[in-house]
Design a protein around this ligand. Structure first.
Ligand code: SF4
Ligand code: SF4
Length: 405
């Protein structure tokens, strides 16, 4: 694990501690927090303590300048924007570290930066096969365990929170928004495809997902799974993925061009039309009772106003003002609709039938599932860091073009 990963995961834990400390009520939060702290004390190594120390020092410095804000009082869109920016910064640093590491490996230099294992999160096939081997055969993938953990925690987060990961955590979504913003400046206008084209384009991400599920569930028989996980191709999966985009061929160039074109042309083009993770989270998210819910009795429309501010604010173009509960596959729980509603949480909220979820608590659950659970997998189960020896990776890098499955 790299320092940046340790700091990011520790920041998730620190957020949860702050949230519970500021709430100072609710035995469930205290119990969960007590358990987490106990697990931390049992499992944290020197790197995690160092990461936590950096986060605590940063928070203390902030508090010294001006008091830490009350989390429950924060504006949802402010909180979401800061979270995404921080995570994008971490992702940027991690990507830079990974590129430097591989470059040094390629030059025959012993890398002085460790390989950040979180990059394995971009390997959905390795993650899916690893999870299948773990759950079905009790076999932990030694080469990309972080991919297994990523698929597991993302799936859990979708079952509980729908596509909230897309709006609150995903760095690609934010980069896509910037790209679309740049296009809108150069060629002004909000371009929306006609309905039939929108449906066709949205089908792409499910097609990609179907292809990935075919490989994960059918193409590799159970008996061949241990052999596949030990194969040189699988061991080099992250470098193969990097080479696909960095050493452009005609096919990878066309794929990349299509991704950039859709992302820049349409609002949320990548998330809406292309991302297979988004499609997977959307399908699992159908099972969650957590939804955006509109109370027609409190909505301004019940008083004769022709209000549709929630729908106009929705980046996924959902007609929120006509619904009682949003069940769309495209809803990412971004809460832009709630923030735009003149009656705010009175008329519109995120929650189950009987319980409302405030934005800071939604973020707390995301931190618990997507940062603290991986941290426990690392500390408690030892499942995060790749066991592939550096010499083997250096050899595989030289053989990369010849490696096939
Ligand atoms: S319905 Fe609301 S929470 Fe869902 S995507 Fe639209 S604006 Fe975001
Ligand atoms: S913005 Fe609020 S008041 Fe207006 S239609 Fe939507 S829920 Fe009703």
């Amino acid at each position: 694990m790299s320092v940046i990963e340790a700091v990011t995961m520790a920041a998730g834990l620190a957020y949860l501690v702050l949230l519970a400390w500021q709430a100072r009520s609710g035995w469930q939060w205290r119990l969960a927090l007590g358990l987490l702290l106990m697990l931390w004390l049992l499992t944290a190594d020197s790197l995690l303590w160092f990461g936590l120390g950096l986060v605590a020092a940063g928070l203390a410095l902030w508090h010294h300048q001006r008091p830490l804000p009350a989390l429950e009082a924060l504006d949802s869109q402010w909180l979401r924007a800061r979270t995404r920016q921080l995570l994008l910064l971490c992702w940027g640093l991690v990507t830079l570290q990974y590129c430097l590491h591989v470059w040094q490996l390629g030059q025959g230099i012993s890398p002085w930066l460790v390989r950040p294992d979180v990059v394995d999160g971009f390997l959905p096939i390795a993650g899916g096969l690893g999870l299948r081997a773990w759950l079905g055969q009790g076999l932990v993938d030694p080469h990309h365990p972080a991919a297994t953990v990523t698929v597991l925690v993302l799936s859990l987060s979708a079952l509980l929170l729908g596509r909230a990961f897309c709006a609150w955590f995903c760095p690609l979504g934010l980069v896509g928004e910037w790209l679309h913003g740049l296009r809108s400046r150069l060629l002004p206008g909000e371009w929306t495809p006609p309905r039939w084209l929108d449906v066709v384009l949205r089908g792409q991400k499910f097609l990609v997902l179907a292809f990935l599920l075919f490989i994960v569930l059918i193409a590799v028989p159970s008996a061949a799974l241990p052999g596949y996980l030990a194969s040189p191709y699988h061991q080099a999966a992250d470098m193969k993925m990097g080479a696909f985009f960095f050493n452009l061929t005609l096919i990878s160039g066309l794929c990349l061009g299509w991704v950039l074109l859709l992302t820049a042309t349409f609002r949320q083009g990548f998330c809406r039309y292309l991302c297979p993770y988004g499609a997977w989270l959307a399908l699992l998210g159908l099972l969650t009772p957590l939804r955006i819910r509109r109370d027609p009795a409190r909505c301004l429309r019940s008083q004769g106003h022709d209000c549709d501010k929630c729908s106009r604010a929705c980046p996924s173009r959902i007609q929120v003002h006509q619904l009682i509960a949003v069940r769309s596959l495209e809803c990412t729980s971004c809460l832009s609709c709630v923030a735009a509603c003149p009656k705010r949480a009175d008329a519109l909220h995120l929650g189950t039938r009987g319980r409302r979820f405030s934005p800071p608590r939604l973020l707390g659950l995301l931190c618990l599932l997507l940062l603290v659970l991986p941290l426990l997998c690392y500390g408690l189960l030892g499942i995060w860091v790749s066991q592939t020896p550096l010499e083997v990776r250096a050899q595989l890098l030289q053989l990369l073009p010849q490696l096939t499955h």
